[in-house]
Write a protein that binds this ligand. Structure first.
Ligand code: CA
Length: 419
């Protein structure tokens, strides 16, 4: 019998099995931490003030009245688990504390439509991996042909670059079309102007909890101790700027103008029922990347596009988190193997999550094969790349028996540079 709450939650909403954490600003009062259930937010700063988390014995100060999750993230898994258990108990159909106290319920619950979601963490560092075999293979095929699609290192280490943390924004923020230097194929010198090939990248990312000290690697079998949970991410990309600038040091201005993430962080504990074994890796990775019972998750992911003249969104990507070749634990262990110190609130992203089929390609670059096969939309518009006024939304969820553990969405609308 699945756990039930006294709060009515529709099958496609946020059930007691999920309880994602986020940071919100109520209509009145300061920004604070909450968890989502159904279309409500439970205000953890008030519960903390009332002493509901004292029994957990992890808190030497108030972590939920802060304007980010960072202090809570730093506490680590035993504290996260204890908090989740307290919340699941308070929200369960059997517990009377909230269920039977109308005045308390009025204080601690906010309607999600009445509040503003903020970035869940102060992100000190952001790293983007490149862990989908099919994405790397498709992009490599476009650049170098199918024989040389993968670089020689790709199956030996999770390739990544250091991104820009200051331009990570929360879902709903507009995305300004960037300008930059590009070199049209038929030109002998570069030109400056607005990007003509703006793209999305469907990704997921995880938030670091307790960090590691500088100089001390994280063994792969301890990697999960450092990870709180997952969000959806869109790594907005300007392909023409990228094509001209990326050699020899990788992405720079083509990526760092904006990266959007979803506001709700889904804890690993909520994803446990959807754990899947990692598919076999060939060649076998080096020992520091070989974990015991390494795993991935079954998370269905979609991207949809709505132009300014469409009535509703049209799904253009259907993919799954299981399409990633490298696991989360391998990504983290590799990141820290040289002693690089990860810190609470750091964001580590998967890279574009493409699968083997055409509909599972996670960006326009692959879907249109660099603009050669434009997307046909239901209102007979076509798209090679994103245009001003277009809204791109990524959603994701795990399908349980009669319930979903959903991630909500990450959405952004493209605006021209003069808006
Ligand atoms: Ca990316």
């Amino acid at each position: 019998m699945p756990l039930k709450s006294f709060i009515d939650v529709p099958a496609d909403s946020l059930p007691i099995q999920n309880l994602p954490f986020g940071v919100f600003q109520p209509r009145e009062g300061k920004t604070r931490v909450g968890v989502a259930i159904g279309d409500l937010i439970l205000d953890l700063s008030i519960l903390e003030e009332l002493g509901h988390f004292q029994s957990a014995e992890f808190y030497d100060r108030k972590v939920f009245s802060e304007d980010s999750l960072n202090s809570f993230l730093a506490l680590g898994r035993p504290a996260w688990r204890a908090t989740r258990e307290i919340l699941q108990h308070l929200l369960s159909a059997e517990a009377a504390t909230l269920r039977d106290d109308t005045r308390l319920r009025e204080k601690v619950f906010h309607a999600q439509k009445d509040i503003t979601m903020k970035l869940p963490a102060r992100i000190g560092n952001y790293t983007d991996f490149y862990s989908s075999y099919h994405h790397a293979h498709n992009v490599g095929t476009m650049l170098r042909g199918p024989e040389n699609a993968l670089m020689p290192n790709w199956k030996w280490l999770p390739v990544a670059y250091h991104g820009r943390a200051s331009s990570v924004v929360v879902s709903g923020a507009d995305v300004r079309r960037p300008s930059g230097q590009t070199k049209p194929p038929d030109a002998s010198t570069p030109v400056f102007g607005l990007t003509k090939s703006l793209d999305y990248e469907l990704e997921m990312a995880f938030l670091i909890g307790p960090g590691n000290s500088l100089g001390e690697p994280v063994p792969i079998n301890r990697a999960i101790d450092h990870i709180f949970g997952l969000v959806l991410m869109n790594d907005w990309s300007a392909r023409d700027i990228q094509a001209w600038e990326y050699q020899p040091l990788g992405p720079f201005l083509a990526k760092n103008f904006c990266t959007s993430i979803s506001p709700w962080v889904v804890m690993f504990e909520a994803l446990e029922p959807f754990r899947k074994p990692l598919p076999p890796q060939d060649p076998e990775p080096l020992p520091y990347l070989r974990g015991k019972n390494d795993f991935t998750f079954d998370i269905h992911l979609e991207a949809s596009l709505q132009t300014s003249s469409m009535d509703g969104p049209h799904i253009i990507t259907r993919t799954n988190f299981q399409n990633l070749y490298w696991s989360i634990a391998q990504q983290l262990a590799h990141h820290a193997v040289n002693g690089c110190n990860l810190e609470p609130g750091d964001l580590l992203a998967s890279g574009t999550i493409s699968g083997a089929t055409e509909e599972s390609r996670g960006c326009m670059l692959e879907l249109t094969w660099r603009g050669a096969n434009p997307l046909k939309l239901p209102n007979s518009e076509t798209r090679k790349w994103l245009e001003d006024g277009d809204t791109l939304t990524i959603t994701g969820w795990c399908q349980g028996d009669g319930y979903r553990v959903g991630f909500g969405e990450v959405s952004g609308r493209i605006i021209g540079s003069d808006k």
